[in-house]
Design a protein around this ligand. Sequence first.
Ligand SMILES: [Zn+2]
Length: 154
Amino acid sequence: MQPSKLKAAPVARVAPVLGSVRAKVQAARLAQAIPSLRAAYEQALARWMGDPVLRLVGLPIVTECYRSPERQNELYAQGRSKPGPIVTYKRGGESNHNKLPAPALDVAFLLADGEVSWSGLLLSKFAQLMKAADARVHWGGDWPGFKDRPHFEV
Ligand SMILES: [Zn+2]
């Protein structure tokens, strides 16, 4: 292809979108959050989607909000009695994810190709928006020691 034709080619980038099934899952997860955390997330999401660059890079999604104590214990076993990296230092009942409504939620990003990303750069950008939305929001990426970058809590 000649350079002149390259220049004329349309920009093929499209923003990732949620299908109706995923949109329902997102709404159900967000409904588990305490109102202040839900409001902060919705405001941060709206700001993200209003940014012409960020909205193309990835779509924020809640991967988990409420988590049963049984599932928390399964995650605690990971990296200890079961294979895999350590992902939590909290046993069942000890995590803010184990309360309902939950004062904690975990975030990732849906990419245009359908993959899910836990990019630290994207999470730190989203954390700025979450903390700007509500100063009571704490980001797991700011914690000393173990960094839990997908994690937000009030
Ligand atoms: Zn979490």
